[in-house]
Design a protein around this ligand. Structure first.
Ligand code: G3I
Length: 379
């Protein structure tokens, strides 16, 4: 009898340790709650740095191309598509069982000027632009039909004051360019999820404008599954309250939420947005941690990460994915934005590709959080 009891206890101990060991990655700990993703560059996809590639396949459950699926790189000329990099990204995702998101179909930046002008360099007519948008979207979405989980159909169409960004799309087609884009994407792959993506979504005026757009798209019979909040954040802004308020507004508008480009800059910031054209002069004052981050600042950053991650977990009924924008402090775009040549520490993995201590705290938080997803959403 005694031997039987001891071996039963041993079995339970081993089992629990295996179980807890299994939850020791962000991907596993968030399973059933939301996907945990990372934006990857082609060096990582091509395995140029095997340590980074291994980190991606081990710690994450989703990937997005930091640049390779954008209009300019994938469709540089009207009659030319460049599929190589994006094909490799999707194949990498499939090989490593990582959900792939397409970023992005229409954006005012990183897009060929040819999309908007005729042979004389004049703006094309609304009909011509619509047809060029349809060609671009149906060709790109069609090429990856059934292999890409969802698409950022339109990226950054609003200003922070809630007005429509005065892009060439808007100038030529007005706000309806968004509706056409979602219609074309759905026609090209009816099973793909479709998202609207923007930064500063926590800004109440901008969030209200996005909610209004969501309602108009739904009223027009368009499929829109979620709004992507890029979440390029700073030590104090956006506040937890503003972030939660935006979650409530989007949930009430009947869409799910994606955290699509999460990073938290630890540096002082002259600018609080992600408009890539913004650029500010370098100064030592703006780059205070070249020799490393003082522990007191690091502790504040860790708390900021955990507070926000806790909020994402609290809304895991509607938050379907949390993606960090870059893998390590080495590869982050924030070392050169909005001031070139700084040393920032916004990511969860340091310059030696090592996990930061906060990651273990995030995993504990996720392990102790129950899933709120209805089984149907629990893919
Ligand atoms: O590929 C070319 C290379 O051939 C050339 O030699 C090199 C020199 O200029 O440029 C390379 O292209 C760069 C590209 O990244 C790939 O590295 C572009 O100049 C550079 O502007 C581009 O920056 C990207 C930026 O979007 C462009 O808009 C960043 O990596 C990327 O992190 C950033 O991501 C955006 C999201 O898509 C949307 N939300 C904001 C976010 C940050 O701006």
């Amino acid at each position: 009898m005694k031997i039987k009891t001891i071996s039963a206890i041993m079995a339970i101990v081993i089992l629990t340790s295996i179980q807890t060991m299994a939850q020791k990655t962000l991907a596993k700990a968030t399973k059933g709650k939301f996907l945990f993703g990372v934006a990857v560059n082609m060096q990582q996809v091509n395995g140029v740095n095997p340590v980074e590639t291994e980190l991606i396949t081990k710690e994450f459950s989703a990937i997005v191309g930091e640049n390779c699926m954008k209009p300019q790189p994938i469709h540089p000329k009207e009659d030319q598509y460049k599929w190589d990099d994006a094909d490799k990204l999707v194949a990498f995702g499939e090989k490593n069982k990582l959900a792939v998101t397409g970023h992005c179909l229409l954006w005012h930046s990183q897009i060929g000027r040819w999309m908007f002008v005729d042979a004389d360099g004049k703006d094309v007519s609304p009909e011509v632009l619509k047809e060029r948008m349809r060609q671009h979207i149906s060709t790109v979405v069609g090429h990856y039909k059934g292999r890409v989980r969802g698409w950022d159909v339109v990226n950054e169409a609003f200003e922070d004051n809630g007005s429509y960004r005065n892009s060439k799309f808007y100038q030529i087609l007005g706000k309806d360019f968004i509706k056409y884009a979602f219609q074309y994407a759905h026609e090209a792959d009816p099973n793909a999820e479709l998202y609207y993506n923007d930064y500063n979504v926590e800004n109440p005026t901008k969030c209200d404008a996005i909610v209004e757009m969501v309602k108009e798209l739904k009223a027009a019979g368009c499929r829109i599954d979620a709004v992507g909040s890029q979440a390029h954040m700073h030590m104090k802004t956006p506040t937890l309250e503003a972030t939660e308020t935006s979650f409530k507004k989007l949930k009430d508008a009947g869409v799910h939420i994606l955290i699509t480009e999460w990073d938290i800059s630890i540096l002082p910031s002259p600018y609080e947005g992600a408009n890539i054209s913004a650029n500010f002069k370098y100064s030592k004052e703006m780059d205070p941690y070249r020799e490393g981050v003082p522990d007191s600042i690091q502790q504040k950053w860790n708390k900021r990460v955990l507070d926000l991650f806790g909020l994402f977990l609290k809304y895991n009924d509607v938050v379907d994915r949390v993606t960090i924008w870059g893998l390590t402090d080495n590869t982050t775009w924030l070392n050169n934005f909005p001031v070139r040549g700084r040393k920032d520490y916004p990511m969860l993995f340091d310059r030696n590709n090592k996990r930061k201590p906060v990651v273990d705290e995030m995993i504990k938080l996720a392990n102790n959080c129950k899933t709120k997803k209805k089984l149907s959403n629990n893919k």
